[in-house]
Design a protein around this ligand. Sequence first.
Ligand code: NDP
Length: 284
Amino acid sequence: MTSIDRYAVFGCPIKHSKSPRIHQIFAEQTGQVLEYSAQEVPAEQFSSAVATFFANGGKGLNCTVPLKELAWAYADKKTERAQLSKAVNTLALLTDGSILGDNTDGIGLVTDLAANHAITLTGSRILILGAGGASRGIIAPILEQSPQAIVIANRTIDKAVNLAVEFHDKGSITGCGFSDLKNRQFDLLINATSTSLSGQLPPLPEDLLATNGVCYDLAYSNEPTVFVRWGLENQAFKSLDGLGMLVEQAAEAFFIWRGVRPKTRPVIELLNSERKHTYNTLTS
Ligand code: NDP
């Protein structure tokens, strides 16, 4: 008897996760036979839950808040981008029985910006708001696109400064507090704080966004997030949320597990069509 290949996303909370649906669509689209479920796993149960999952024949896992650092520590081997980010969102069982850890968040963001929305990162002045796990995951893939400079601004200034130091040999990157943003302008503002989840906004000075600048909130919601609304009110050329990044990071995980690259555009368009707003419309 052949059993179906099993995958899952672990997180806490997890019940609103779109990942099972996204991976099911990818599987149908590519003719892959697999099962993908969502499992609520608190941090203190992470190691035992992962061990049980793989011992029972599981092939791969996604890990989300608050488990990415734990997944990084759990993995036997890590890709370079996972090693750099110190956070893992994808675990894969290798043929020798070891567990590979990867971080597909950054490449997911870069693909959504560059391929889906035709936004040029090369030569751009980029501001990343927040210095938590998500920021850590996106910095190296953005620096690989050779922006003019990245500034990380965070409520806890030390975290921004230290994070910038970790990446300073990979490009022009500095850290600061929100009050240091006065009289500065950026082509791309990326909100990697968790403020949107509570309907808040980091303190942003006026004129922060350059003419034709773009705003991108890593958070996503059925309604425009506060940051997306701020971008629209401040004449952003585009003001986007993180739904496309979610689908793109999932596609990258699917490729790691199955060796097949699913088409992401139809999935993003489907999920967008189920929302009331249209600001995330893809560039053709
Ligand atoms: P973390 O908890 O690791 O980091 C949270 C960050 O937000 C910190 O920099 C924190 O600052 C800052 N912050 C929290 N509250 C406030 C506040 N009131 N004012 C100013 N700053 C604040 O979260 P993650 O990095 O894991 O996630 C960040 C966001 O990215 C979340 O919205 C998450 O949903 C989203 N995300 C989306 C993905 C996608 O696929 N679309 C993938 C990954 C993440 P401080 O250091 O001072 O505490």
